[in-house]
Design a binder for this molecule. Sequence first.
Ligand SMILES: Cc1cc2nc3c(=O)[nH]c(=O)nc-3n(C[C@H](O)[C@H](O)[C@H](O)COP(=O)(O)OP(=O)(O)OC[C@H]3O[C@@H](n4cnc5c(N)ncnc54)[C@H](O)[C@@H]3O)c2cc1C
Length: 297
Amino acid sequence: MIVIETISIYKPKSLSDALEFLDKHAPDVKPIAGGTELLLLIRDKKIKPPKYLLDLNPLKKTLSYVKVEGGVVKIGALTSIYDLSQTILHSDKRYAGFVDVWEKFGTMALRFEATIGGNLNAATQYSDYITLLLAFDANVKLESVKGVRELKLSEYIVDKRKTALNPNELLVEVSFKEPPAESSSSFIKFDRREILIAGIVTEATYLHLEDDVIKDVRIAFDMVSGKRIPARAVKTEEFLRGKRFSSEVVEEAAEKILPSEMTRVTDWWATAEYRLEMSKVSLKRGLKLAYERIRGE
Ligand SMILES: Cc1cc2nc3c(=O)[nH]c(=O)nc-3n(C[C@H](O)[C@H](O)[C@H](O)COP(=O)(O)OP(=O)(O)OC[C@H]3O[C@@H](n4cnc5c(N)ncnc54)[C@H](O)[C@@H]3O)c2cc1C
């Protein structure tokens, strides 16, 4: 006997309507944005089909934006990867890491559907915007009928496919402090192929220089401690902060400090040893790229 599961789809009229629907039906409801992750999970029976899908697309007018307000860069959760590419995030060297992510993100068709909010909530080591936004030290804004709360992105991503989102909440915005002029960023995604890749290693760098001294640096990888979620390489950051940028310093950070805090795992795609070696290479390339972008080289 073939059993076809039925899922009801609710199209909210406004954000408050969506939040009320969520509050009434949680946990039997799942928000859906682009559906490029969620529909596959349902199809492949990796999650139990929900009773309701809350279609977030009617909220695009409210929740799709990139704006800079009071020194804070704010990105609405429903902003698609394509829409990001039409903003300051793709034209100002400080945000160059966003262009790097775009260049290796899925396919062109996917970029029109996939959203930034969906990417963060997918919560896997393959969520490239989590890795990038950790390097920007981002915060997330969550909303429910009870109000709004803000969390650090690093606290929001708890484990693989597990976030700190309550079933009656929506992610509405991700934000980070506007970076200073003498700063830039980079994102490296390494795989055997160039397109449609999950990434054997991904790495994101944010670098702020003052007369060639590293005033601030943040480094994130798809995985640091062995947990299958992106995280910051904080010991490596601490080692680099305050030092004059040089190839010797970068070499020491990659060869000595990074391995002391990184635990890689072996799977079908690559061994832990190979991943660690490629993480060192990615760190060196990521730092060099961000440095060259600041210097306009
Ligand atoms: C062929 C292919 C290639 C891919 N390539 C890449 C890639 O290169 N890099 C990459 O990072 N990812 C990639 N992905 C994964 C996926 O496309 C991205 O994670 C995408 O950004 C998910 O966004 P979405 O809007 O489609 O999310 P959805 O599938 O709609 O949702 C994903 C999850 O987020 C939840 N959710 C969505 N929006 C909200 C919200 N506002 N509040 C609360 N919960 C919410 C949903 O309930 C669901 O649990 C790929 C997927 C495919 C199929």
